[in-house]
Design a protein around this ligand. Structure first.
Ligand SMILES: Nc1ncnc2c1ncn2[C@@H]1O[C@H](COP(=O)(O)OP(=O)(O)O)[C@@H](O)[C@H]1O
Ligand SMILES: [Mg+2]
Length: 260
């Protein structure tokens, strides 16, 4: 067992934004959340890691209501990489990653060898070991995303939640971040907006539409032309792609040769 939601609801401004969602993360696998802008992905992720409380329903970790877990205990299990995590520009790479150790350290305790080891191991896993002392403001977008993932890994979580971790990255860096996430072998819940990347990297996919879960299952079963038309309002052809994964081809209303 791992992270699950049971008929979870949350609203704001008199509107239901997460509307009765029941899903569970397959242990050690990647659950992708897809859906149009404003469908409730980020809101659901925030409920999953208790940055917000549910209005009704329950989020469970190993069958226990997360609302009843001490914050430190939750933070030792579950790490969140936010979409637009803000970071103090004065910090260096290792300063940022060290923040991930907070839930493991007693108040006023000194920095231990185990803490240092966790930080080094996390930087190693994201391929930035030699960037230890580089100032944050000098990093590229892809490197910043890796450092945020390293901070989450220094937390030593078993569940990792990521909100559009490939945003603003070029295609090479998108593939490399998702490859990295896959190799971690953790239970991951990741909001993605690229359907082909979701198809390539996720073991299961949940589709959100106006706050509701309208489909869930394997990418092969979920990513159908009907579903994509209904939820995203676009026409697609589905082809066989890399490793038997589905490749989604968008049907666009432009005749070949129409270019000026
Ligand atoms: N705190 C809030 N107050 C009012 N509306 C909100 C709040 N948070 C999110 N929303 C609204 O909820 C909807 C879903 O937002 P979000 O969860 O960010 O969607 P997604 O991540 O799928 O783009 C949007 O219409 C957004 O404006
Ligand atoms: Mg979002």
């Amino acid at each position: 067992m791992t992270l699950a939601t049971h008929d979870v609801r949350w609203g704001a401004g008199g509107r239901m934004i997460v509307d009765g969602i029941t899903l569970s993360a397959p242990p050690g696998r990647i659950l992708g959340l897809i859906g149009p802008n404003g469908s409730g992905k980020s809101s659901l992720l925030r409920l999953l890691c208790r940055l917000r409380g549910v209005a009704s329903g329950v989020v469970t970790l190993d069958g226990r209501d997360i609302a009843a877990l001490p914050r430190r205990e939750l933070a030792r299990r579950l790490a969140f990489v936010e979409q637009q995590a803000t970071t103090d520009v004065q910090l260096t790479v290792c300063d940022v990653v060290r923040l991930g150790r907070t839930p493991h350290r007693a108040a006023f305790a000194s920095w231990t060898e185990a803490d240092e080891h966790a930080v080094e191991a996390a930087l190693e896993r994201v391929g930035l070991a030699e960037r230890h002392d580089q100032p944050w403001h000098t990093l590229s977008g892809g490197e910043r995303q890796r450092v945020h993932i390293a901070r989450a890994l220094a937390q030593d979580p078993r569940e990792l939640i990521l909100d559009e971790p490939t945003n603003h990255l070029d295609i090479q860096h998108q593939l490399s971040i998702l490859g990295l996430i896959r190799r971690l072998g953790l239970t991951c819940i990741v909001a993605l907006h690229d359907l082909n990347l979701a198809s390539l990297f996720c073991d299961r996919i949940g589709v959100l539409h106006a706050g509701r879960l309208v489909a869930s299952g394997s990418p092969e079963n979920v990513l159908t032309p009907e579903l994509i038309r209904q939820v995203f309002g676009v026409e697609v052809h589905i082809r066989d792609g890399v490793g038997g994964r589905r490749h989604i081809e968008y049907v666009v209303d432009v005749e070949p040769g129409e270019r000026p």
